[in-house]
Design a protein around this ligand. Structure first.
Ligand code: TZP
Ligand code: MG
Length: 226
């Protein structure tokens, strides 16, 4: 099956509790998309099922309006219920094979990877993308595994050689360290990242449009370098 042609370059992961005062979630989301976000993951840990479903529906409306894919964190049932583009699964969430049975054909499945062994398992599962992290320290998620560091990314990318699985770096990625992230996160086989995922650098900003734009400008400059 042909993989969906998705632009993973600037992947926004949500966290409503990090919004600045007086900033509405959907307003922030829409501004971020206009600023250059190419794909969105709804990741809200402290809400009940009904509220999560409502948020998912609202996010879907905004994402659809701008032609941006919407991925649901953890909850395969919610992804199915709202007709999202796919799911993002952690190492202790539902197994990929089970999720695939529940999702419509062609849905995107992404998996969090912290080690080369995780990547090898994701390759066997034939996922669409992997999130590699955490690259840097972060306040956004309580980390249960050590920070990888940019130099730890290379071997994980190498484990994707010969596959069509996309790689996204996550964890503490900001406009201030993005170039270091992009230049550092390359394998010995010259396998590069397909995107970066960001939570706080965009969501906690009073100006999400400009925050996304700043990241996008750096990404574009890196991609078009000689
Ligand atoms: N997975 C690994 S680190 C992380 C997630 C969801 C949080 C990243 O947040 P931030 O604010 O971009 O550091
Ligand atoms: Mg999870």
């Amino acid at each position: 099956m042909k993989r969906k042609d998705i632009d993973y370059s600037l992947y926004l992961v949500t966290a409503r509790h990090l919004l600045p005062p007086n900033k509405a979630f959907l307003e922030s989301l829409e501004e971020a998309i206009v600023g250059g976000v190419t794909i969105v993951q709804l990741r809200e840990k402290d809400v009940d099922s009904r509220e999560f479903l409502e948020q998912a529906e609202l996010c879907k409306t905004v994402c659809e309006k701008h032609g941006v894919s919407l991925i649901i964190n953890d909850r395969v049932d919610v992804a199915v219920a709202i007709g999202a583009d796919g799911v993002h699964l952690g190492q202790t969430d539902m197994k990929v094979a089970q999720a695939r049975m529940m999702l419509p054909e062609g849905s995107i499945i992404g998996v969090s990877c912290n080690t080369v062994e995780h990547v090898r398992a994701a390759v066997l599962d034939d996922v669409d993308y992997i999130g590699i992290g955490s690259i840097w320290g972060t306040q956004t998620k309580k980390l249960t595994n050590p920070v990888i560091g940019v130099r730890g990314v290379g071997p994980m990318l190498e484990a994707l050689d010969g596959t069509n699985i996309k790689a996204i770096a996550i964890g503490g990625v900001k406009s201030t360290n993005l170039l270091r992230t992009l230049y550092g996160a390359v394998s010995a086989t010259n396998h590069k990242l397909d995107g970066i995922a960001v939570v706080s650098d965009i969501i906690a900003s009073k100006e999400p449009l400009n925050a996304a734009k700043a990241l996008k400008t750096i990404l574009s400059g890196f991609q078009s370098r000689g």
